[in-house]
Design a protein. Structure first.
Length: 138
């Protein structure tokens, strides 16, 4: 008796759905970045999960600390590169990319290229930002 094993390739419908989900997460990441740039604190807050954690060169921040920091930035320009999205589960997305920015924080120039990673979770049909790391490249 012969036994055969078949490994199914992703169906075109599944590939389309994944591409649509990736596009939605990329759009959310760009929206949040633009809202931050425009200092729209209340709108920015709507995208953050209650347990949000941010990480930058200064250390870890909770949602309140991140929101308090928004007005201290003056962002002139942002440019995204190498955006990649992974879905470890149906309700979780991880996005990584490089962001080149022209900005100041408390009057100090912070312009440069940053390595960025964000984790989004979907709850009650809405995506919320749970974790965001923003580290300047060498």
């Amino acid at each position: 008796m012969a036994v055969s094993t078949c490994f199914a390739a992703p169906t075109p419908a599944r590939q389309i759905k994944t591409a649509q989900r990736e596009k939605a997460i990329v759009a959310l990441e760009k929206i949040v970045t633009e809202v931050f740039k425009n200092k729209q604190v209340e709108t920015f807050k709507k995208y953050l999960a209650p347990e949000f954690v941010g990480l930058d060169a200064e250390g870890f921040k909770n949602a309140d600390a991140e929101l308090a920091d928004v007005p201290k930035y003056d962002v002139a320009d942002n440019s995204f590169a190498d955006m990649k999205v992974a879905f470890p589960s149906a309700n979780m997305a991880v996005v990584t990319y490089k962001l080149t920015t022209q900005a100041t924080h408390n009057g100090q120039d912070t312009s440069g290229t940053y390595n960025v990673a964000s984790v989004w979770t979907k709850r009650e049909r809405k995506w919320r930002l749970v974790f965001h790391a923003f580290m300047k490249g060498q």
